[in-house]
Design a binder for this molecule. Sequence first.
Ligand code: SF4
Length: 374
Amino acid sequence: MPTRSAYIHVPFCVHRCGYCDFTLVAGRDELMGDFLKAIEIELSHVEGRPVLDTLFFGGGTPTQLPPDLLRQLIELIRSKFDLASDAEFSVEGNPADLSDATLDVLVEAGVNRLSLGAQSFDDATLKMLERDHRGSDIADCLARARERIPNISLDLIFAVPGQSLELWRSTLDEAIQLEPTHLSTYGLTFEKGTAFWTRREHGDLTQADEELERDMYGLAMDVLDEAGLAQYEISSFARPGFRSRHNQVYWNGGDFFGFGPGAASYQHGRRILNHRSVTTWLKRVLAGESGVGETEELSPEDRARELLVLGLRQTDGIEACEFERRSGIELQTLVGESIERLVKQNLLEHANNRIRLTREGRFLADSVAGELLV
Ligand code: SF4
């Protein structure tokens, strides 16, 4: 099968939020012109003229590119790829900087899905997260955007220091009232190298305790389901017909192109990771060198285990015959004993000829994955 999905990493933000370890530069807008040149060079290595079913601009903050540069970036991509007539074209945006001029560019370019980094509606929580928007900006932004791009997803973060279960409940309620088509919820993580990590080490920030984080995740599952946003992946909830097609390509072990610093590509069992330093990636690509940081050739067994673990992230789980057809490896031989042990522990279950995480298993998805990857 030809590769029919592409991810473009746009590594610009006004400021690096304290918890963020993504590949980006903050306050370096002067690099935007070079970024476009480097993307053009990376694109020149693509053979033929592939057709895309899904195209995703993530970051960083893609909407931080001024409208003329955003238009140029989209034109570059579209000069190399055709979009299928029903393609999903998603762009991540920040409620603080989604201007009408930017929306014009997105709509003209055929963007039909917007993913907004709302994170919270509570100003104190947003301040703690060092976000540059206020709670009230989200509804304003969504009202302006929705008239033009009705398919809107919101990202929310829970387990933020100082956030109570009640505050999380009201965040979920406010999100539901805005009627997004899709919602993603993430527990705050403290990644090494971030400002939050250092602050926690110095006792300046207290991480939410595990029980509270668990309660918050459980609450999200219950409340969103009741509101008609059905969970379909560990962190993802959608109204019928609005699952993220692009992310499902990842979770179904499909192939995809990736362009930009830190972006990953996956093709025929080969994973290629671009350099994570924006400036190194830029320097190398502009000098005519490779921007690739790492390449990994997965063995058939590694591919099969990865297919299994990614598939199990989805609430539908996996079907043994389909798994075997795609991986060429019998599920029972690969992980039969581990699966039965996890079933006994009530973390996995057999349902309708499929294997999937139980509700309890969703709380412990990382441990389940750890067992199946060994
Ligand atoms: S806006 Fe998003 S990508 Fe940018 S620094 Fe904050 S968390 Fe990271």
